[in-house]
Design a protein around this ligand. Structure first.
Ligand code: BDR
Ligand code: CA
Length: 316
Protein backbone atom coordinates (compact mmCIF):
# COMPACT_ATOMS: atom_id res chain seq x y z
CA UNK A 1 0.00 0.00 0.00
CA UNK A 2 0.84 3.69 0.01
CA UNK A 3 3.46 4.74 2.51
CA UNK A 4 2.33 6.84 5.46
CA UNK A 5 4.17 8.76 8.18
CA UNK A 6 2.35 10.24 11.19
CA UNK A 7 3.61 13.31 13.08
CA UNK A 8 1.87 13.34 16.43
CA UNK A 9 1.53 14.57 20.05
CA UNK A 10 -0.46 11.79 21.84
CA UNK A 11 -3.06 12.79 23.07
CA UNK A 12 -6.11 10.54 23.36
CA UNK A 13 -7.45 11.16 19.84
CA UNK A 14 -3.89 10.77 18.52
CA UNK A 15 -3.90 7.29 20.10
CA UNK A 16 -7.04 6.36 18.15
CA UNK A 17 -5.49 7.76 14.97
CA UNK A 18 -2.27 5.80 15.52
CA UNK A 19 -4.23 2.59 16.10
CA UNK A 20 -6.16 3.11 12.88
CA UNK A 21 -2.96 3.56 10.85
CA UNK A 22 -1.02 0.84 12.69
CA UNK A 23 -3.68 -1.74 11.91
CA UNK A 24 -4.58 -0.64 8.39
CA UNK A 25 -4.01 -3.07 5.55
CA UNK A 26 -4.46 -0.23 3.03
CA UNK A 27 -1.35 1.74 4.00
CA UNK A 28 2.14 0.96 5.15
CA UNK A 29 2.97 2.96 8.30
CA UNK A 30 6.72 3.51 7.86
CA UNK A 31 7.49 5.92 10.69
CA UNK A 32 6.14 8.10 13.47
CA UNK A 33 7.60 11.43 14.56
CA UNK A 34 6.64 13.25 17.74
CA UNK A 35 6.20 16.89 18.66
CA UNK A 36 5.32 18.86 21.81
CA UNK A 37 1.63 19.72 22.00
CA UNK A 38 -1.03 18.19 24.19
CA UNK A 39 1.74 17.48 26.72
CA UNK A 40 5.52 18.11 26.63
CA UNK A 41 7.67 16.30 24.06
CA UNK A 42 9.07 13.74 26.47
CA UNK A 43 5.56 12.53 27.28
CA UNK A 44 4.24 12.57 23.69
CA UNK A 45 7.28 10.55 22.60
CA UNK A 46 6.91 8.01 25.40
CA UNK A 47 3.19 7.71 24.65
CA UNK A 48 3.73 7.18 20.92
CA UNK A 49 6.32 4.45 21.58
CA UNK A 50 4.19 2.64 24.15
CA UNK A 51 1.11 2.82 21.95
CA UNK A 52 2.82 1.41 18.85
CA UNK A 53 4.35 -1.31 20.97
CA UNK A 54 0.92 -2.19 22.36
CA UNK A 55 -0.55 -2.23 18.86
CA UNK A 56 2.04 -4.86 17.86
CA UNK A 57 3.98 -2.41 15.69
CA UNK A 58 7.42 -2.39 17.30
CA UNK A 59 8.70 -2.44 13.70
CA UNK A 60 7.72 1.23 13.26
CA UNK A 61 10.59 3.63 14.09
CA UNK A 62 9.79 6.61 16.33
CA UNK A 63 11.87 9.80 16.32
CA UNK A 64 11.40 12.79 18.60
CA UNK A 65 11.12 16.29 17.15
CA UNK A 66 10.49 19.81 18.37
CA UNK A 67 10.07 20.50 22.07
CA UNK A 68 8.71 24.01 21.59
CA UNK A 69 7.32 26.32 18.91
CA UNK A 70 9.59 27.87 16.27
CA UNK A 71 9.48 31.44 17.52
CA UNK A 72 7.14 32.26 20.39
CA UNK A 73 6.74 30.13 23.49
CA UNK A 74 3.22 29.18 24.48
CA UNK A 75 1.74 30.46 27.70
CA UNK A 76 -0.93 27.78 28.09
CA UNK A 77 -1.15 24.09 27.50
CA UNK A 78 -4.10 21.82 27.01
CA UNK A 79 -5.40 19.87 30.01
CA UNK A 80 -8.00 18.00 28.02
CA UNK A 81 -5.93 14.81 27.70
CA UNK A 82 -4.85 14.51 31.35
CA UNK A 83 -1.45 15.27 32.90
CA UNK A 84 0.37 12.52 30.92
CA UNK A 85 -1.59 12.96 27.67
CA UNK A 86 -3.45 9.66 28.05
CA UNK A 87 -5.87 10.39 30.90
CA UNK A 88 -3.26 9.36 33.49
CA UNK A 89 -3.09 5.86 31.99
CA UNK A 90 0.19 6.03 30.06
CA UNK A 91 1.99 3.86 32.63
CA UNK A 92 -0.62 1.13 32.17
CA UNK A 93 0.97 0.49 28.77
CA UNK A 94 4.19 -1.56 28.92
CA UNK A 95 7.45 0.21 28.06
CA UNK A 96 8.35 -0.10 24.38
CA UNK A 97 10.70 -2.87 23.30
CA UNK A 98 12.10 -0.81 20.47
CA UNK A 99 14.61 1.95 21.20
CA UNK A 100 13.80 5.53 20.33
CA UNK A 101 15.64 6.49 17.10
CA UNK A 102 18.85 8.42 17.79
CA UNK A 103 18.02 10.60 14.78
CA UNK A 104 15.71 13.55 15.42
CA UNK A 105 12.32 13.78 13.69
CA UNK A 106 13.46 15.94 10.76
CA UNK A 107 16.45 13.68 10.05
CA UNK A 108 14.30 10.57 10.14
CA UNK A 109 11.70 12.17 7.88
CA UNK A 110 14.44 13.03 5.37
CA UNK A 111 15.86 9.53 5.33
CA UNK A 112 12.43 7.86 5.09
CA UNK A 113 11.37 10.20 2.29
CA UNK A 114 14.61 9.75 0.36
CA UNK A 115 14.57 6.00 0.70
CA UNK A 116 11.29 5.27 -1.10
CA UNK A 117 10.63 5.51 -4.83
CA UNK A 118 6.99 6.59 -4.52
CA UNK A 119 6.00 9.81 -2.78
CA UNK A 120 4.87 9.42 0.81
CA UNK A 121 1.76 10.77 2.57
CA UNK A 122 2.40 12.54 5.89
CA UNK A 123 -0.40 13.05 8.42
CA UNK A 124 0.54 15.80 10.90
CA UNK A 125 -1.90 15.63 13.83
CA UNK A 126 -0.14 17.95 16.29
CA UNK A 127 1.51 21.40 16.09
CA UNK A 128 3.24 21.87 12.71
CA UNK A 129 6.74 22.67 14.02
CA UNK A 130 8.48 19.52 12.71
CA UNK A 131 6.94 19.87 9.27
CA UNK A 132 7.89 23.56 9.00
CA UNK A 133 11.47 22.72 9.98
CA UNK A 134 11.58 19.86 7.45
CA UNK A 135 10.37 22.02 4.56
CA UNK A 136 12.53 24.99 5.53
CA UNK A 137 15.73 22.98 5.86
CA UNK A 138 15.14 20.58 2.96
CA UNK A 139 13.30 22.42 0.19
CA UNK A 140 13.91 19.67 -2.36
CA UNK A 141 12.13 17.09 -0.18
CA UNK A 142 8.78 18.59 -1.26
CA UNK A 143 8.76 16.39 -4.36
CA UNK A 144 8.92 13.29 -2.19
CA UNK A 145 5.75 14.24 -0.32
CA UNK A 146 2.58 13.08 -2.01
CA UNK A 147 0.35 15.07 0.32
CA UNK A 148 0.12 16.42 3.85
CA UNK A 149 -3.19 15.52 5.47
CA UNK A 150 -3.28 17.88 8.44
CA UNK A 151 -5.67 17.91 11.40
CA UNK A 152 -5.85 21.58 12.26
CA UNK A 153 -7.56 24.90 11.89
CA UNK A 154 -11.01 26.28 12.57
CA UNK A 155 -13.19 28.06 10.05
CA UNK A 156 -15.85 29.03 12.59
CA UNK A 157 -15.25 28.88 16.32
CA UNK A 158 -11.98 27.69 17.81
CA UNK A 159 -11.28 25.40 20.76
CA UNK A 160 -8.17 26.64 22.59
CA UNK A 161 -9.27 30.26 22.04
CA UNK A 162 -12.47 31.72 20.65
CA UNK A 163 -10.88 31.94 17.21
CA UNK A 164 -8.10 29.33 17.07
CA UNK A 165 -7.84 25.57 16.93
CA UNK A 166 -5.16 24.04 19.18
CA UNK A 167 -2.69 22.60 16.61
CA UNK A 168 -2.44 25.85 14.65
CA UNK A 169 -2.50 28.05 17.76
CA UNK A 170 0.32 26.03 19.37
CA UNK A 171 2.73 27.21 16.63
CA UNK A 172 1.11 29.70 14.25
CA UNK A 173 4.41 30.66 12.57
CA UNK A 174 5.04 27.00 11.71
CA UNK A 175 1.47 26.55 10.48
CA UNK A 176 1.78 29.63 8.28
CA UNK A 177 4.99 28.32 6.77
CA UNK A 178 3.39 24.95 5.95
CA UNK A 179 -0.09 26.10 4.86
CA UNK A 180 0.73 29.37 3.13
CA UNK A 181 4.41 29.70 2.25
CA UNK A 182 5.23 26.21 1.03
CA UNK A 183 3.70 24.94 -2.19
CA UNK A 184 3.25 21.41 -0.98
CA UNK A 185 -0.06 19.61 -1.58
CA UNK A 186 -2.15 19.98 1.59
CA UNK A 187 -5.51 18.67 2.71
CA UNK A 188 -6.52 20.52 5.88
CA UNK A 189 -9.02 18.75 8.13
CA UNK A 190 -10.39 21.53 10.38
CA UNK A 191 -12.22 21.10 13.66
CA UNK A 192 -15.45 22.32 12.06
CA UNK A 193 -15.63 18.91 10.41
CA UNK A 194 -13.86 16.79 13.03
CA UNK A 195 -16.18 17.86 15.85
CA UNK A 196 -19.13 16.60 13.85
CA UNK A 197 -17.43 13.18 13.84
CA UNK A 198 -17.97 12.71 17.58
CA UNK A 199 -18.50 9.15 18.82
CA UNK A 200 -20.81 8.16 21.67
CA UNK A 201 -20.08 5.96 24.66
CA UNK A 202 -22.13 3.26 22.86
CA UNK A 203 -19.69 3.45 19.95
CA UNK A 204 -16.79 3.15 22.41
CA UNK A 205 -18.41 0.11 24.02
CA UNK A 206 -18.74 -1.51 20.61
CA UNK A 207 -15.09 -0.76 19.87
CA UNK A 208 -13.98 -2.51 23.06
CA UNK A 209 -16.37 -5.45 22.77
CA UNK A 210 -14.19 -8.58 22.52
CA UNK A 211 -11.33 -6.58 21.03
CA UNK A 212 -8.07 -6.09 22.97
CA UNK A 213 -6.89 -2.98 21.09
CA UNK A 214 -10.32 -1.38 21.32
CA UNK A 215 -10.30 -2.10 25.03
CA UNK A 216 -6.90 -0.44 25.49
CA UNK A 217 -8.02 2.68 23.63
CA UNK A 218 -11.22 2.99 25.64
CA UNK A 219 -9.19 2.62 28.86
CA UNK A 220 -7.31 5.81 27.89
CA UNK A 221 -10.38 8.01 27.44
CA UNK A 222 -11.21 8.98 31.07
CA UNK A 223 -10.12 12.63 31.26
CA UNK A 224 -11.03 13.23 27.62
CA UNK A 225 -14.56 11.90 28.21
CA UNK A 226 -14.88 14.08 31.32
CA UNK A 227 -13.96 17.11 29.26
CA UNK A 228 -16.74 16.52 26.75
CA UNK A 229 -19.25 15.67 29.48
CA UNK A 230 -18.47 18.74 31.58
CA UNK A 231 -17.80 21.34 28.94
CA UNK A 232 -20.12 20.27 26.17
CA UNK A 233 -22.66 18.10 27.95
CA UNK A 234 -21.95 15.35 25.45
CA UNK A 235 -21.56 11.71 26.47
CA UNK A 236 -18.79 10.72 24.08
CA UNK A 237 -15.58 12.04 22.55
CA UNK A 238 -14.37 13.76 19.41
CA UNK A 239 -11.83 11.82 17.36
CA UNK A 240 -10.27 14.86 15.63
CA UNK A 241 -7.00 13.21 14.58
CA UNK A 242 -8.52 9.91 13.46
CA UNK A 243 -10.63 11.82 10.92
CA UNK A 244 -7.50 13.17 9.22
CA UNK A 245 -5.78 9.79 9.33
CA UNK A 246 -8.87 8.16 7.78
CA UNK A 247 -8.46 10.54 4.81
CA UNK A 248 -4.74 9.73 4.63
CA UNK A 249 -5.56 6.02 4.50
CA UNK A 250 -8.51 6.29 2.12
CA UNK A 251 -8.21 9.42 -0.03
CA UNK A 252 -11.64 10.83 -0.80
CA UNK A 253 -13.39 9.59 2.33
CA UNK A 254 -13.71 13.30 3.15
CA UNK A 255 -15.23 15.80 0.74
CA UNK A 256 -12.90 18.74 0.09
CA UNK A 257 -13.07 22.19 -1.45
CA UNK A 258 -10.19 24.42 -2.52
CA UNK A 259 -9.69 27.73 -0.71
CA UNK A 260 -6.98 30.36 -0.43
CA UNK A 261 -5.80 30.29 3.17
CA UNK A 262 -3.90 32.41 5.66
CA UNK A 263 -2.86 32.03 9.31
CA UNK A 264 -3.02 34.91 11.78
CA UNK A 265 0.38 35.32 13.45
CA UNK A 266 -0.48 38.56 15.20
CA UNK A 267 -0.74 38.81 18.97
CA UNK A 268 -4.35 39.87 19.12
CA UNK A 269 -7.39 37.73 19.84
CA UNK A 270 -7.12 36.06 16.43
CA UNK A 271 -3.60 34.64 16.95
CA UNK A 272 -3.52 31.16 15.45
CA UNK A 273 -6.79 31.56 13.55
CA UNK A 274 -7.00 30.12 10.04
CA UNK A 275 -8.66 32.40 7.54
CA UNK A 276 -10.19 30.87 4.43
CA UNK A 277 -11.15 33.14 1.57
CA UNK A 278 -14.66 31.86 1.00
CA UNK A 279 -15.67 34.50 -1.51
CA UNK A 280 -16.45 32.95 -4.84
CA UNK A 281 -13.63 32.71 -7.35
CA UNK A 282 -15.63 34.81 -9.78
CA UNK A 283 -15.99 37.53 -7.15
CA UNK A 284 -12.28 37.53 -6.50
CA UNK A 285 -11.52 37.63 -10.21
CA UNK A 286 -13.96 40.47 -10.76
CA UNK A 287 -12.14 42.45 -8.10
CA UNK A 288 -8.85 41.81 -9.78
CA UNK A 289 -7.37 40.10 -6.77
CA UNK A 290 -4.62 37.64 -7.50
CA UNK A 291 -5.39 34.22 -6.13
CA UNK A 292 -3.07 33.42 -3.27
CA UNK A 293 -1.85 29.99 -2.31
CA UNK A 294 -4.75 27.61 -1.92
CA UNK A 295 -5.22 24.28 -0.21
CA UNK A 296 -7.85 21.55 -0.09
CA UNK A 297 -10.06 21.85 2.98
CA UNK A 298 -12.24 18.99 4.22
CA UNK A 299 -15.79 20.28 4.47
CA UNK A 300 -18.05 17.26 4.73
CA UNK A 301 -18.25 13.47 4.93
CA UNK A 302 -20.69 10.65 5.38
CA UNK A 303 -20.48 10.75 9.20
CA UNK A 304 -21.83 7.25 9.85
CA UNK A 305 -19.62 5.82 7.11
CA UNK A 306 -16.60 7.49 8.67
CA UNK A 307 -17.43 6.22 12.17
CA UNK A 308 -17.75 2.72 10.75
CA UNK A 309 -14.45 3.03 8.86
CA UNK A 310 -12.67 4.00 12.10
CA UNK A 311 -14.42 1.31 14.15
CA UNK A 312 -13.72 -1.50 11.69
CA UNK A 313 -10.20 -0.25 11.01
CA UNK A 314 -9.20 -0.25 14.68
CA UNK A 315 -10.92 -3.56 15.45
CA UNK A 316 -9.00 -5.10 12.53
C1 BDR B 1 -6.31 18.86 18.14
O1 BDR B 1 -5.76 19.30 19.38
C2 BDR B 1 -5.38 18.22 20.15
O2 BDR B 1 -5.81 18.36 21.48
C3 BDR B 1 -5.96 16.99 19.51
O3 BDR B 1 -5.09 15.87 19.69
C4 BDR B 1 -6.08 17.36 18.07
O4 BDR B 1 -4.90 17.08 17.34
C5 BDR B 1 -7.76 19.27 18.08
O5 BDR B 1 -7.88 20.64 18.13
CA1 CA C 1 -3.11 15.68 18.25
Amino acid sequence: GRKLIIDTDPGVDDAFALALAARSTEVDLVGVTTVFGNVPLEATTENARRLLNRFGRADVPVAAGAERPLVHAQSRSSSVHGADGLSGRSASLAAAERELETADAVSMLVSLLERTDEPVTIAPIGPLTNIALLLAAHPRIRDRIERLVIMGGAIGRGNITAAAEFNVWADPEAARRVLVEERVPVTLVPMDLTRRCAVSTDWLAELAEGNAIGEVLVSLTGDYLDHYRKELGYDGIVLHDAVAVAEAIRPGILETERFPVDVDCSFGPYRGATLLDQRRWTHREANGEPDGPSIEVAVDTDLDGLRKFVLDGIRG
